[in-house]
Write a protein that binds this ligand. Sequence first.
Ligand code: G3P
Ligand code: MG
Length: 357
Amino acid sequence: PSSTFSSRQFHSLSNPASFGIAFDIDGVLLRGNIPIGSSPQALKSLYDDSGTLKVPYVFLTNGGGVPESKRAKELARLLDVNILPLQVIQGHTPFKQLMKRFEDELVVAVGKGEPAEVMSEYGFKNVLSIDEYASYFDNIDPLAQYKKWTDKQDVNQNSKSKHVAFSNDPCSQRAQAVFVVSDSVDWSRDIQVLCDILRTGGLPGKEIAHQPPLFFANDDLAYQALFPSERLGMGAFRIALESVFNAIHPAALKYTSYGKPNPFVFKNAETVLMQVLQSSQDNNQVDGREQFFKTLYMIGDNPAVDIKGARQAGNPWFSILTRTGVFKGKENYDECPADLVVDTVEEAVDYILSKEC
Ligand code: G3P
Ligand code: MG
């Protein structure tokens, strides 16, 4: 990447703290790992010729599965700009606020990628991925033998107990919470094992007990990805788990979902945008005066998530809906209209820069 952060980076703006941008990732900048159109160029226009950043921006995604530091590197490679880990806000990023509550407890992390690494980085000391957790319970998944893709060796030999400080067997130690960090890879195994954990107070195979807390990183029904029509997201998995759980258990499933459109996500993005701005300003530029954003732009592809969230967050958020992802309509989205609808993220960035600079 040719772009860098420096103390001079905001000098070209007359009022550097007046605006910032939050970019959704899937369906706006990328589909899978493929940049959409000229999205890397759109990001590059936020840097000056020497590659220093002119405009504070963050990635505000409901996706995840890898630690923020690693995601920053991946995004930098795919989008060809320098990115600070601070600029990456994922669906599961707020889970770190729950660390103190579950610091030493056994917790189970679900989803694609490296869910246990994510939770370890947040400070959780006894976390097992659901792959590893399930491997302790013989025959917990009666369909395992038909799942040709399962690489048991990897789970058993390479990654076992990397993220646990306890010596007890999970078969006799209660799992105290479940975190769905990213999209479930094997719905049938995960629904089975989660029902086991949740019905028994965290001791699969034992008697019914109080449900441990369950947290989802987002509640997206669908996301864009590479296929022409949207794919089922974590919200769809939540519905499946909830329907099955409620059919086999007397008390309804209790859970908490994070991610957009929750207003606290946008509040936090505002704080992070200010940190991005301040982390790269000269001390004498900051000079003790209070700084604030006049406008924060949310550029997203999903009306029910990105646009609804920005609208609910209110001032200073301004929502821009692209046609490159979940939303493919001609006009605005009726149920939750955006402040502006554009074809692409390039168009959105052009609009912002021509209005602000
Ligand atoms: O799994 C990712 C998806 O649910 C949403 O990603 O970047 O569009 O918020 P994003
Ligand atoms: Mg999206």
